[in-house]
Design a protein around this ligand. Structure first.
Ligand code: GLY
Length: 355
């Protein structure tokens, strides 16, 4: 089984990201360093029946005594009550600081499990096994872990890097088409902001069907790009904000339509085309770029236009409240060309005029 490995050289921690088809069923050698330890595998009601048995078997082979904790699937799980349930489960399993917590699922499972791993006993060993494309190319790498607060998403969180990330591309076979699309939006984003060759490869592959046979290589490239941003800016004070290309409008759309109506990656897809158009209007982005991005996104079956009936005024007002707002402007990522970008402060009036 060919395995593509990427090393994240993050300050104060260095970890490998292994990417392969069938990795879940053959990962026991990668757990050899944890021989003799205990592990809690945190899954959700979707991933537990599909993958937890396979992972437990591999852990057992590696000499790791593991049990499974199952959370309800869905964003509502990222809350203080479920976090408390995780602490109880870790205590019941007698996990010590020498032991290991493994997140087996998408971004929700990764985020709450990482936050629990970071805070339980002031930090235990943490491994990510992401099973959605979005988690594989984005949230499992870089150490952002969090739960939601009733007043907002990800308001309680930390930076806590995993020690190992295992990506089994075969998990995407059981993922619904919308979830795959949401991940593809982020994949195309990496091409737009950082890697022209990746963008052109995605452009020439042009459909999901033609991408699938080389998806492991593409995921590895995305992980390498994400790891590079995290190396340069582990705590998200500077260049890492480039990963927010398309997010200015995406956050406003998610807010206006109600969280969960659009998947995050779907909203980002619409937001990237909008940001490319804004860049063209402002003379930052070469003419024709937005159309090229729109064509690629549509080839991969993603939405590219703001749904009818949403008011530009309301969206602009929400964008002005975005957490990236500084004073009276909103720092927005614009492309200087395909594969390169920059942060530009825009006023709410500018944004409203361009919507
Ligand atoms: N998901 C963006 C970041 O990790 O910075």
């Amino acid at each position: 089984m060919p395995v593509v490995s990427v090393t994240a050289n993050v300050p104060e921690s260095r970890y490998d990201i292994h990417i392969a088809h069938g990795l879940l069923a053959s990962c026991s050698p990668l757990f050899a360093p944890y021989k003799g330890r205990r592990a809690a595998v945190v899954a959700d009601s979707n991933t537990a029946p599909l993958y937890s048995y396979t992972l437990l078997e591999q852990l057992h082979r590696a000499g790791v005594e593991a049990s499974v904790v199952i959370l309800p699937a869905g964003e509502e799980t990222k809350c203080a009550e479920q976090l408390s349930q995780l602490y109880d489960a870790f205590l019941n399993a007698h996990l010590t600081r020498a032991d290991l917590v493994i997140a087996l699922g998408g971004g929700v499972v990764g985020d709450i499990t990482g936050y629990a791993a970071c805070t339980y006993l002031r930090g235990v060993h943490f491994v990510q096994v992401p099973t959605t494309l979005l988690a594989q190319v984005d949230s499992s790498v870089g150490g952002k872990v969090a739960i939601n607060h009733p007043r907002g998403k990800n308001l309680l969180g930390a930076f806590y890097q995993p020690e190992l990330v295992l990506v089994d591309c075969d998990t995407l076979k059981t993922l619904d088409a919308r979830q795959v699309g949401a991940g593809l939006g982020e994949v195309i984003k990496y091409g737009c902001i950082y890697d022209r060759a990746l963008f052109e490869r995605l452009e020439s592959l042009s459909t999901r069907e033609r991408l699938m046979p080389v998806l492991d290589e593409v995921i590895a490239r995305c992980c390498a790009i994400k790891a590079e941003y995290v190396r340069l800016d582990p705590h998200d004070h500077g260049v890492r904000m480039q990963l927010n290309f398309g997010h200015t409008l995406a956050h406003a759309l998610e807010n206006a339509m109600g969280y969960g109506t659009l998947l995050h990656g779907e909203a980002v897809s619409i937001g990237m085309v909008a940001a490319a158009r804004w860049g063209e209007t402002l003379g930052v982005t070469p003419k024709g770029t937005a159309e090229r991005i729109r064509a690629v996104l549509e080839g991969y079956e993603l939405m590219t236009e703001v749904p009818a009936g949403l008011s530009a005024q309301a969206l602009a007002a929400t964008m002005a409240l975005d957490k990236k707002a500084e004073g009276s402007t909103v720092r927005t990522v614009l492309l200087t060309e395909i594969g390169q970008c920059t942060g530009v402060p825009l006023t709410p009036d500018q944004l409203k005029a361009m919507l």
